[in-house]
Design a protein around this ligand. Structure first.
Ligand code: URA
Length: 479
């Protein structure tokens, strides 16, 4: 069934739009088409600069049929309009056809947008997401270079958007750089702001934009100063700052060297953490449990919470290291007694590891949180906080001398290794420490708890497999 009586329109309609990002034009035309009961397969959208075979098949643009007399204007949920406004800026030549198909179907199924399995609804979401990402990238990666223009300083930036987002981003740049005179040049068109009026200009070429100016040196120094080697995850960095943008970013030239020097800077950070303590390590586990209560060497230690010591047998063969105590752990002063602890224990038992025979502790001894009403929400410790607290967990290790250490999550791995590793890449195998102790990293059970539905079972299976390997290795070491 079509939304209306039947599909009356036999001829195809080729509907012209004014520009590649002409969402307002599409809305206007789409409204008239729906009211004239023109089904989606009879409509072709003509966008300047985007030729398509369909377009020619549809023939010349023609007058839209008159609306049927008793047809109401189309109604759509707000979510559709929000997503459609973004998706209309996508570079996919089929975007306007998709929008019209959805608009048509929504007249018969007003709750269609709630059907996350519907292919059109999913595609709309994908397009909108990709456009939002491009808008964000442009805001983050446009770099102005100063040029002298008629006695005044003018700033020019070159950017290559993936989608038709230039106009959609104009207000952001006007608000952000109101006092400057600037131009943003792109292969799609340009924007020029003179402090009062925003003008649009034609597409530009890369050569028309300047390369390099003294402001870049400043920018580079700033970037080098804020670059945190301990937080370096090359994969994540590339995702956030894809290589295709590097050529226009002055600071990108620094990245290879900063990455190469990251290890040395990271080691220096770890040493700095240790330098806050004297040379003498605590003589017993009881001394550690007592001294951590008074530790104020990092901001977490100063937040007024109780420190949570490790617990278990004094000479445990297995040491299990988590990130930091959570809400319940802080309240009761014992590690891993909340939801993550319960999941961990269940998996340990399934793998044949007796949790009571392990030394269970954390890389960070105090609970870091933000208050939201009555609730205390967990916050990740910084690399520096982990490096400071490393003194305590390392002291525990030296006293217990476990055969094997199981670290849960990235903070725990850093706390024991003194450097950041990619847990997903390094999990399920041994890292041999200087004294021969084996460290086996895996993910944190809280990570599993945060996963929903489809991903969770597969990730739990991987976690279980990691623990089975640890159990097998413990058996070998004991033998
Ligand atoms: N998460 C941890 O990392 N440690 C705990 O003790 C509890 C939750």
């Amino acid at each position: 069934m079509t939304p209306f009586r039947d599909a009356r329109i036999a001829d195809a309609c080729a509907v012209p739009l004014d520009a590649a990002d002409d969402f307002a034009g599409w809305r206007e035309q789409a409204r008239r088409l729906i009211m004239a009961e023109v089904p989606p397969d009879r409509v072709t959208w003509q966008v300047p600069g985007e030729g398509s075979d369909d377009l020619f098949a549809a023939g010349k643009p023609r007058r839209l049929p008159a609306p049927a007399r008793d047809v109401m204007p189309p109604r759509v949920p707000r979510t559709f309009l929000e997503l459609a406004g973004k998706a209309a800026l996508h570079s996919d030549p089929q975007r306007f056809a998709l929008l019209y198909r959805l608009l048509w179907r929504l007249q018969a199924r007003p709750r269609l947008m709630e059907d996350a399995a519907d292919a059109d609804v999913r595609r709309l979401g994908d397009l909108a997401r990709s456009v939002r990402r491009d808008i964000h990238k442009m805001r983050a990666f446009v770099r102005f270079r100063a040029v002298q223009k008629e006695d005044e300083e003018h700033y020019v930036a070159w950017f290559e958007p993936q989608h038709h987002i230039l106009r959609a981003n104009a207000a952001f740049f006007v608000n952000r750089f109101t006092a400057m005179h600037w131009s943003i040049l792109t292969p799609e068109g340009s924007l020029h702001w003179d402090g009062e009026v925003l003008r649009e200009g034609p597409p530009a070429r890369r050569e028309e934009a300047p390369f390099g100016d003294p402001a870049e040196e400043l920018w580079r120094r700033y970037y080098a100063a804020i670059f945190n080697p301990a937080r370096l995850k090359v994969g994540a960095m590339l995702k956030e700052m894809p290589r295709r943008y590097w050529k226009n970013l002055p600071e990108a030239a620094l990245i290879p060297d900063l990455v190469a020097g990251a290890q040395a800077r990271e080691a220096a950070m770890v040493d700095q953490g240790a330098s806050l303590f004297g040379n003498e390590r605590p003589a017993s586990l009881a001394a550690i449990a007592e001294e951590i209560q008074a530790c104020r060497r990092c901001p977490i230690g100063c937040n007024g919470t109780r420190a949570v010591p490790g617990e278990g047998p004094r000479h445990a063969a297995l040491m299990i290291v988590g990130e930091q105590p959570g809400d319940s752990e802080e309240e009761q002063g014992r590690p891993f007694i909340g939801p993550a602890g319960r999941l961990l224990r269940a998996h340990l038992e399934d793998a044949g590891i007796d949790p009571e025979r392990a030394w269970v502790t954390n890389a960070v001894k105090h609970f870091k949180f933000v208050s939201r009403g009555m609730r205390r929400l967990h916050q990740n410790p910084t690399a520096r906080e982990i490096d400071i607290c490393r003194w305590w967990v390392e002291s525990e290790r030296l006293l217990i001398q476990p055969r094997l250490i199981l670290t849960l999550g990235a903070s725990a791995a850093r706390g024991m290794l003194g450097k950041t590793i990619s847990v997903q890449k390094e999990r399920g195998r041994a890292h041999v420490l200087e004294d021969g102790t084996e460290l086996w990293p895996t993910v944190h059970p809280s990570y599993l708890l945060r996963l929903h539905d489809d991903g969770r079972a597969a990730e739990e299976a991987r976690f279980a497999a990691d623990l089975r390997k640890v159990a097998a290795r413990l058996g070998e070491l004991a033998a």
